[in-house]
Design a protein around this ligand. Structure first.
Ligand SMILES: Nc1nc2c(ncn2[C@@H]2O[C@H](COP(=O)(O)OP(=O)(O)O)[C@@H](O)[C@H]2O)c(=O)[nH]1
Ligand SMILES: [Mg+2]
Length: 389
């Protein structure tokens, strides 16, 4: 661990306050210490000494280099190894000078809760995809009557990561009573800062963007805000329903079509960057002979990591690097290299994150990503409350 981080960790709350004061006020040296003491409401031994005074120099340097966000994540991640997560979350809630959004991010890194949302027309394979991702039959498949707007949240814990996947039936369906989705969208909207990725699910073997999908894209863009597309991935199901000879072409064409529809709200440039991936819920492979789970993981991981979901990438690191047992998700060398590069670049930001090397993904029974779970506890409780209301 970096020496500076180690020192701040050893200081506990006073150390955190000192870091925040320096980052948000630009104060340094004795002035920063005096100010931090004021926030702490009295003399705190560790901040009083000359040792700390001299320390503010190197502290400031590292802060400039990696930024407050990464610094705080790193400190709390380290402290969570020896202190209760519950107490730390309470401490974080009470921190001065920083936004609620930043607090949420820092809490997420120690709680290891992640939220994914699946949207798509009924019947495209959302539930099947969730089951494949989580490696267990948690979602009910083939329910064509699920055209109500009640969202379902599936929770699953994998290697200590708490994943929540929200299945949103109806969002892309032509409904008689559309009255509900406003309320529902507002609800999701209030949680978007906690959403790690939104998966837009559509069939690969179709030739058009259907009117329900267009409506879904419009609803999402207008209600969740266009930013939601920054961390979305387009997932094409029924990959094997397309002949192998036409697979790549179909994937390119379908991607282009969906992106074009989304572009109406965010522009072609941004839409052109939304990644897509093909899966087939009845098979381990796609028509190109590749195992799709690895590609899927890589795409979602990269996207969630890019979209400012540093906590996700950070928490993922341990799962990615565990080395016991057989991996449930196999990454090929290229995928491993990509994920490695991302983890090392993102997490580290110059800081000793320890040069993670992706070995295998999620040991026995493990894996990844699918949905939305964690931060979702709030969403889940809210949905539950409304459902029962
Ligand atoms: N061949 C094939 N069938 C699929 C695929 N995904 C889902 N299905 C089938 O399509 C039907 C609807 O799937 P479901 O997961 O319930 O869709 P949802 O309404 O979006 O949740 C079920 O009969 C699934 O077995 C896929 O990728 N390939
Ligand atoms: Mg379903």
């Amino acid at each position: 661990m970096d020496e500076v981080i180690r020192k701040v960790v050893a200081m506990g709350l006073p150390g955190v306050i000192l870091v925040i004061v320096m980052a948000t006020t630009g104060l340094a040296g004795g002035a920063a210490i005096v100010s931090a003491l004021a926030f702490l409401g009295g003399p705190a031994g560790m901040l009083g000494g000359i040792a700390v005074l001299g320390f503010t120099g190197v502290l400031g340097d590292l802060l400039t280099k990696i930024g407050l966000e990464l610094f705080l994540m790193r400190i709390y991640e380290e402290r969570a190894k020896t202190e209760s997560v519950e107490n730390l979350c309470r401490e974080i809630d009470g921190l001065p000078l920083i936004s609620t959004e930043l607090k949420d991010k820092v809490k997420r890194i120690i709680e290891k809760k992640f939220l994914f949302v699946l949207v798509g027309r009924t019947g495209v394979g959302k539930s099947s995809t969730i089951n494949n991702l989580l490696g267990s039959q948690v979602a009910k498949v083939g329910d064509y009557e699920a055209t109500t707007m009640s969202a379902t949240l599936y929770r699953h814990e994998i290697n200590g990561l708490k994943l929540a996947i929200v299945d949103t039936p109806g969002l892309c369906d032509e409904l008689e009573e559309v009255g509900n989705d406003q309320q529902y969208l507002e609800l999701i909207n209030s949680k978007t800062t906690q959403m790690d990725s939104m998966l837009f699910v559509s069939r690969l073997d179709e030739t058009r963007v259907t009117s329900d999908e267009k409506r879904g894209i419009k609803l999402i863009s207008e209600n969740l805000g266009t930013k939601v597309w920054d961390y979305s991935v387009i997932v094409f199901t029924f990959a094997n329903s397309v002949p192998a000879s036409r697979y790549q072409e179909a994937l390119d064409k379908r991607t282009e079509l969906i992106r074009h529809e989304i572009a109406k709200y965010i522009g072609e440039d941004k839409a052109g960057k939304i990644p897509s991936v093909a899966v087939d819920n009845q098979s381990k492979t796609t028509p190109d002979g590749k195992t799709w789970l690895g590609e899927f993981f890589t795409k979602v991981f990269m996207r969630a990591s890019e979209s400012g979901s540093l906590p996700f990438a950070a928490a993922m690191k341990d799962s990615l690097t565990s080395s016991s047992g057989e991996a449930r998700i196999d990454l090929d060398d290229k995928q491993k290299a990509e994920v490695n590069k991302k983890i090392n670049k993102l997490l580290i930001g110059g800081l000793a994150y320890g040069g993670a090397v992706v070995g295998q993904i999620f040991g026995p029974g493990g894996i990844i990503v699918g949905g939305l779970l964690g931060s979702a506890v709030g969403l889940w409780m809210e949905l539950d409350r409304r459902r029962n209301a």
